[in-house]
Write a protein that binds this ligand. Structure first.
Ligand SMILES: Cc1cc2nc3c(=O)[nH]c(=O)nc-3n(C[C@H](O)[C@H](O)[C@H](O)COP(=O)(O)OP(=O)(O)OC[C@H]3O[C@@H](n4cnc5c(N)ncnc54)[C@H](O)[C@@H]3O)c2cc1C
Ligand code: SF4
Length: 522
């Protein structure tokens, strides 16, 4: 364990949040000899603490502080103060995640060039591309032990996958397999192989699934260069008269306000909390919020086009047995505007337990339609749709008038679907239902989006300062020693689950920060 750093130590890199972005960045910097203080709003929970019970686990790990919601998305109606499902704990949402680990397709780094002008969308090319990211993806896959990379075998398919695979092949889909998963299919890195017990979303009790909580964070701490302060909620980022950041104020586990000085600050609080923190850090020098001279902080919130399709069959499927996300169809991920929309989507099996199914199948529903579906739970199979949604300036995080337990303004999240999102979702609902119909479904159940699990944009990366918040290294255009290190730096969302890309960007950013520090440029 690292010896505690002094609050007055202005040589440390302060990282806010310890999830996919912050947790990996903290370890990568610590391995390079950089002193790091990571401040995490949540507590520390390890495999022995996880509970295989959906709602109890949600209560243990999820971020349940108030948020407010607006816009015409259905989430605003169904879950108005829970727009996102993210975690507040050491390791962040990598405790809850399913482990699907896909690279962007090369053209997705250049969405504006590839798709052209899309009315109402604020498409932009990333300032980096597939060739540049290739070595960092390779390191991320190795770190996470992603199946089907580096000679690691795929996971076996559970029943939910077998039904899905048979239907997909019947329809003629070719790219169908048990996924690229950050779940050990064989012992690796001192962690055991997956036991197929299910409950991946509740934290993997076997440690087979990669989570920063029990991989990168303890590895960083073991160097003596990383100190993680848990239950430390950062309230604002401070700066000097030259506009450089100098430290952060945070509420510690006792609710007392502390000030930690810093040489560099990296924000990795997920796509609602990161812009909220910049906006709450407004000052006379930065009246619209820190790093916000472009007015882009909080804008272009993306959440991936989502939805699910469940289906019932005459025979039991028992989809809850085995990995929660057990396989994928990638044929629809291509960009093919002849389908009536730009960009693409993935179909991935998903299983919810009965308690979550009752809450999410059709929120607010009652009556025979709904109860007979739940009666058929044992005979149900299911999949999730994840596709590229359009960035729109009007989809944004702003400060609400509501305050949290610390008296800080909470995030309001405004989101409305773009017509491209609606066209893509309709296509995916049809294809999903066709997969199950092809193998004799007795009923198919298109299911509306859940609270957002993939939260992206809001501090987007851009070549020109006027188009975004950070540059190609995640460094704020306006503030030379302030970085964004999480999914909020995404310029566009691509069709793939985002975490492998967040991790690859964090590895890349660590190289950049360490090199700038060595050269005395930071
Ligand atoms: C159920 C579920 C399944 C998922 N499955 C997949 C999947 O299969 N594949 C995939 O790619 N992605 C998946 N995801 C998404 C994935 O978990 C996220 O993309 C990823 O964790 C985001 O990383 P991040 O660094 O942006 O934020 P997070 O991992 O959410 O970390 C943010 C951290 O910052 C902390 N924080 C926030 N504000 C403050 C503050 N003011 N002070 C101190 N700390 C703060 C939070 O407590 C949190 O710990 C899933 C998510 C969920 C919920
Ligand atoms: S199914 Fe595998 S990855 Fe999921 S919780 Fe069980 S052991 Fe972990």
């Amino acid at each position: 364990m690292a010896a505690p750093f002094e609050l007055t130590d202005d040589n440390v890199v302060v990282i806010i949040g310890t999830g996919a972005g912050g947790g990996v960045l903290a370890n990568e910097l610590a391995q390079k000899g950089v002193s790091v203080v990571a401040l995490e709003a949540g507590g520390r929970y390890l495999p022995e603490d996880y509970v295989n019970d959906e709602w109890e686990s949600f209560g243990q790990l999820a971020w349940t502080d108030t948020r407010t919601t607006s816009g015409d998305w259905r989430v605003a109606r169904d879950f108005s103060n829970l727009p996102a499902w993210i975690v507040k704990a050491v390791g962040g949402t990598t405790t809850h995640w399913a482990g699907a680990s896909l690279r962007f397709q090369p053209h997705e780094w250049k969405a504006f060039t590839t798709y052209g002008e899309v009315e109402g969308a604020n498409l932009l090319d990333w300032p980096i591309d597939a060739d540049e990211m290739d070595p960092f993806y390779a390191r991320a896959e190795d770190k996470l032990g992603v199946t089907r990379t580096n000679g690691i075998p795929g996971l076996p398919g559970c029943n939910n996958y077998k039904v899905f695979e048979a239907g997909a092949k019947e329809l003629g889909y070719k790219e169908v397999h048990t996924g690229r998963m950050a779940i050990n299919s064989q012992e690796r890195d001192g962690r055991m192989a997956c036991q197929q017990t299910g409950f991946c979303f509740q934290g993997c009790k076997w440690g087979a699934k990669w989570s920063a909580a029990y991989t990168d964070i303890p590895a960083g701490e073991a160097t003596g260069n990383l100190e993680v302060r848990e239950k430390a909620h950062v309230a604002r980022i401070l700066h000097d008269d030259s506009g450089k950041v100098t430290g952060v104020e945070y509420f510690d586990a006792n609710g007392d306000l502390q000030m930690q000085r810093a040489r560099v600050v990296c924000v990795a609080g997920n796509s609602f909390e990161s812009p909220r923190l910049l906006l709450n850090s407004a000052s006379s020098m930065f009246p619209d919020g820190l790093a916000n001279s472009s007015g882009m902080v909080g804008k272009n919130y993306m959440r991936h086009l989502t939805g699910s399709v469940y289906a019932t069959f005459e025979q039991p499927v028992r989809m809850w047995r085995g990995t929660t996300m057990a396989g994928i169809v990638q044929d629809e991920a291509r960009h093919d505007p002849s389908r009536g929309f730009v960009g693409g989507y993935e179909l991935e099996t998903l299983s919810l337990g009965l308690p979550f199914m009752a809450a999410f199948l059709d929120p607010g529903a009652w009556g025979r339609e709904f109860t007979t579906a739940l009666d058929s739970y044992e005979n149900m199979a299911g999949m999730w749709i994840v596709g590229e949604d359009m960035p729109q300036e009007s989809n944004r995080v702003t400060l609400s008038d509501v305050e949290d337990q610390f008296g800080l303004k909470v995030a309001n999240v405004h989101y409305s679907d773009h017509p491209n999102d609606i066209a893509m979702r309709d296509h995916a609902y049809k294809q999903g239902a066709a997969i199950y119909d092809a193998v004799g479904a007795t009923r198919t159940l298109p299911t509306p989006p859940y609270p957002s699990t993939h939260n992206l944009g809001t501090n987007r990366m851009s070549e020109r300062p006027e188009d975004g918040v950070v540059n190609r290294n995640g460094r704020a255009h306006d503030v030379p020693n302030l970085y964004i290190s999480d999914g909020s730096q995404f310029t566009t969302g691509a069709a793939e689950n985002p975490t492998l890309t967040i991790v690859a960007l964090a590895i890349r950013q660590a190289e950049h920060i360490a090199s700038e520090m060595n050269q005395g440029a930071l």
